[in-house]
Design a protein around this ligand. Sequence first.
Ligand SMILES: [Zn+2]
Length: 238
Amino acid sequence: MTDTPVYGRRRALPTTQAAEPPFGGREPAVIEGRVVSTPTPPPASGGWDEAERVAQASGGDVYLKITENKQIIKILAEGPFDAYNSHWIDEIEEGSKSVRCWGANTDCPLCAYGDKAKRYSACFSVVSLEDPEHPSLRVWEAGIKILRQLKEIAFDPKRGPLNRDDIYFTIRKEVKKKAVEYTLERVKDRDLEEEYGVTPMDAETLRKFAGEMHTEPIKALYNEAAMEEVVQILINAS
Ligand SMILES: [Zn+2]
């Protein structure tokens, strides 16, 4: 335990050399759908204000927005920089309904209350080419199915690593009756132009994005006071 907020074990993933295995050698935990580390909750001074401040500081454009139209993306690192489960609290009226779980084997107040952290997210740094003239840095929160597809590619010597210079991906979603389904495709740079009319990014642009990419967790943990407020919301609603 420390006095400073630690949102998860720091895991700098190599972007140019493959000295470390993809996914930081930690993929089993990621694949199991468990959180990959046991983060320490932030100090009690944080709470809602802190959570809100972090959310606002990150702006509305941090995350990749996946639509029903195919979007071309470039993955910047070999693996995800963060992974976690979150509780979905529909009863929260102001602010995010998604609350990051403190993690398995912690005393997460929401888990203790009996709420299950059902939503799994693995965060990747990507460049979105939705507007090919203006590529933009984004954080992509992938679910477990997509993560498994990415892992297969990452560990395949012929198709990986994910951030290979000549490899792009397309992602789109389809809203079905009961669920949202995502479709991922791997695209070689030489096919980008032909199939999508998009020019691959040059080496300098890629380097620039790789230098700016997110490597630290973005979704903060609520501290004890904020968690207790959420639990209280659940108690009041029951
Ligand atoms: Zn929890």
